[in-house]
Design a protein around this ligand. Structure first.
Ligand code: ADE
Ligand code: ZN
Length: 324
């Protein structure tokens, strides 16, 4: 099965590029940039990866990314990830990035965009991988700040495949971001949003109704609302599910309890993703393998899930045809 899953051409639709920062690279970038970390060693960092919930992870995630300062840092981060993903049979990566988390540290958007753009071109040229870019707004920051980022990104609008919404979900409903998502819609930029990870099913409804998103990131809590499940099925809304992330952030207690089989039985369009692979114990292949082990799925199920990801990816029709 492992070999089959590795060879299966996989598209990853839910990944935070800052969440691919492995402790080894964290240390080497800290040294390169003269930044001191509150950890003595790589092992100590890994020991800190014991999360109680989303917020306890986010605290470490924002701290970790303080080593990302220059365009070269962002390039190296992304290129390292693309190489690892490529070795796992990933053919297409859609990466969220968090401009506000960098701006807050004095790292301006052009620096981030230069590094990521260079890495994307190299991934295409050297690895034959396609990539997409999702500019995410931090939902625990003011909506006005998100709008400022949206406007300041004007030179890059045409490079954005979508805008997204991430960070601490509870108490930060999609409704808070109606205006900025409306602005993206006006500009013809597609929209996705994290919803129903820790937040209630009502946030999934809001993301659909108020933000007009084409995919829901996570969405696992939809099962608490049968009418919502029926709607997601009828409208063919894709959920980008991240099983290992859900277990590590204690959204779900154990892989065996993960609702993926129920979501599949309900006829929903699902994809498997890694979210923040450096922090959650593995990339795409580890997520696929964890499902194989927990649910005993046949090859056909994995082919279906990988097919849904390719169908709903932000990629050209030519590329889609070549991968199908
Ligand atoms: N930012 C990075 N990973 C995230 C997650 N799993 N949920 C919300 N925001 C995030
Ligand atoms: Zn995420």
């Amino acid at each position: 099965m492992r070999d089959f899953l590795r060879r299966l051409p996989k598209a990853e639709l839910h990944l935070h590029i800052e969440g691919t920062l492995e402790p080894e690279l964290m240390f080497s970038l800290a040294e390169r940039n003269g930044i001191s970390l509150p950890f003595a060693s790589v092992e100590e960092v890994r020991e800190a990866f014991d999360f109680n919930d989303l917020q306890s992870f986010l605290d470490l995630y924002y701290q970790g990314m303080s080593v990302l300062c220059t365009a070269k840092d962002f390039h190296d981060l992304a290129m390292d990830y693309f190489r690892r993903a490529n070795a796992e049979g990933v053919v297409h990566v859609e990466m969220h990035f968090d401009p506000q988390a960098h701006l807050a540290r004095g790292v301006e958007l052009p620096v981030v965009m230069e590094g990521l753009s260079l890495a994307r071109r190299r991934a295409q040229r050297e690895l034959g991988m396609s990539t997409a870019l999702i500019m995410a707004f931090l939902r625990d920051r003011p909506a006005e700040e998100a709008m400022e980022v949206m406007e300041s990104a004007a030179p890059y609008w045409e490079m954005l495949d979508a805008v997204g919404l991430d960070s601490a979900e509870q108490g930060n409903p999609p409704a808070k971001f109606v205006e900025v998502f409306e602005r993206a819609r006006e500009l013809g930029i597609p929209r996705v949003a994290h919803a129903g990870e820790e937040g209630p099913p009502a946030y999934i409804r809001e993301a659909l109704d108020l933000l007009d998103v084409c995919r829901i990131d996570h969405g696992v809590r939809c099962l608490e609302d049968p009418a919502l499940v029926a709607r997601l099925r009828d409208e063919g809304v894709v959920l980008t599910v991240c099983p290992l992330s859900n277990v590590r952030l204690r959204v779900i207690e154990r892989m065996a309890d993960h609702p993926l089989p129920q979501l599949l039985d309900a006829g929903l369009r699902l994809t498997l993703n890694s979210d923040d692979p450096a922090y959650f114990g593995g990339g795409m292949l580890a997520n696929f393998e964890a499902c194989a082990e927990a649910f005993g799925w046949s090859r056909e199920v994995f082919v279906q899930l990988a097919g849904t990801a390719i169908e709903s990816a932000f990629m050209s029709d030519d590329r889609r045809l070549a991968l199908h």
